[in-house]
Design a protein around this ligand. Sequence first.
Ligand SMILES: *[C@@H]1O[C@H](CO)[C@@H](O)[C@H](O)[C@H]1NC(C)=O
Ligand SMILES: *[C@@H]1O[C@H](CO)[C@@H](O)[C@H](O)[C@H]1NC(C)=O
Ligand SMILES: *[C@@H]1O[C@H](CO)[C@@H](O)[C@H](O)[C@H]1NC(C)=O
Ligand SMILES: *[C@@H]1O[C@H](CO)[C@@H](O)[C@H](O)[C@H]1NC(C)=O
Length: 375
Amino acid sequence: MVAKSRRQLAKLALLVLVLFLLLAAILLCIFLLRHHHKAPPSPASPPGGNASNPDDSIVAFDFSPYLILYKSGRVQRLSGTSRVPPGVDEDTGVTSKDVVIDNSTGLAARMYLPPPPSGGKKKKDLEKLPVLAFFHGGAFVIESAFTPVYHDYLNAVAAKARVVAVSVEYRLAPEHRLPTAYEDSWQALNWVASKHSGSGSDPWLRDRGNLSRLFLAGDSAGANIAHNMAMRAGEEEGGGLAIAGVLLLDPYFWGKKPVPGETTDPATRREYETTWSFICDGRYGIDDPLVDPLSMPAAEWRRVAGSRVAVTVSGRDNFRPRGLAYAAALNGSGWGGEVEVYETAGEAHVYFLDKPRDPKSLKELAFVTGFLTRE
Ligand SMILES: *[C@@H]1O[C@H](CO)[C@@H](O)[C@H](O)[C@H]1NC(C)=O
Ligand SMILES: *[C@@H]1O[C@H](CO)[C@@H](O)[C@H](O)[C@H]1NC(C)=O
Ligand SMILES: *[C@@H]1O[C@H](CO)[C@@H](O)[C@H](O)[C@H]1NC(C)=O
Ligand SMILES: *[C@@H]1O[C@H](CO)[C@@H](O)[C@H](O)[C@H]1NC(C)=O
């Protein structure tokens, strides 16, 4: 009798324990869920597919990790989609603003103006600053002048180099395949230089910019754009634009035949060729000078505008060998300007954007600002 009731008591105790544990688990779940909801919202998720349109879930081109294009035409960007507003940067005191360059296409730019130097000069005496036209990277398909990565980078460059910077918001593929990015960038560059400004030039450029010291710069695909703008500036009738220097950061160039040190893996080379073809809708081959300047004869190289070109390369970047080959070819072409190479060992493609506070990134930034401040 006693043994039986003891057993029942034990059962009851076990039941109570199980119920208690269950309750605790439920409470923990509720707590975790609420806590999770309080966390900052994750980056805007891409719009979902259209359930009533089967083509909306059929992948037409997988350009991971950048984007996926569906048969319906829907584009799902996998990164570089967040945006930050312009304003006054707390860290540097740099002021930024957005300007529309062409209402009909939406071509825009984010401009950066460094704070007056300390020492309290009168406004009239403010010195005129070099002007930097910057083209962001992102394989021609993602990122923006308005993403946090580029906003932070341009604030840092404008502050340290003391330049008026114009970060160009060119249109992206696949909605606008090449040559749109080149055409937009060329239009923006001419707007900067006030060549075809209908409504008067921008006050920051007019009052604070010294267009005799105009620099072009970009990273990755943006460096490809900067090079092609320098070529065009050197080709155009009437002397073109007065480009002082060109800065190519981990430039995106490729080609059919591997240069020394470049990957010979057929799958990788095929992939690079396929993605370039996607970006330009098959208009230009992988040997076209737009993507493979090494295919140009020496005489063409001499058209690169400016008197100084710097190329940066990163040790673990697939684009490193061709960046080095670019610098060597320009240097050996009889171009006549000064060619510099800045190499960072052991780092990946555009590492300085991904980890801006890293000592190597700060060192690279110092090289960039040194290039822009030197006479
Ligand atoms: C979804 O696709 C169908 C069929 O193509 C189309 O009629 C409809 O407008 C689409 N809906 C949305 C929200 O895009
Ligand atoms: C562009 O549109 C805005 C607003 O609609 C207008 O204020 C501005 O004057 C236009 N700019 C040009 C260059 O047409
Ligand atoms: C603009 O830059 C040129 C070339 O460095 C220089 O000679 C000129 O004095 C500068 N102008 C102003 C207003 O700072
Ligand atoms: C450019 O060529 C000169 C002379 O041939 C050489 O001394 C220099 O190291 C070269 N620079 C680069 C970056 O290749």
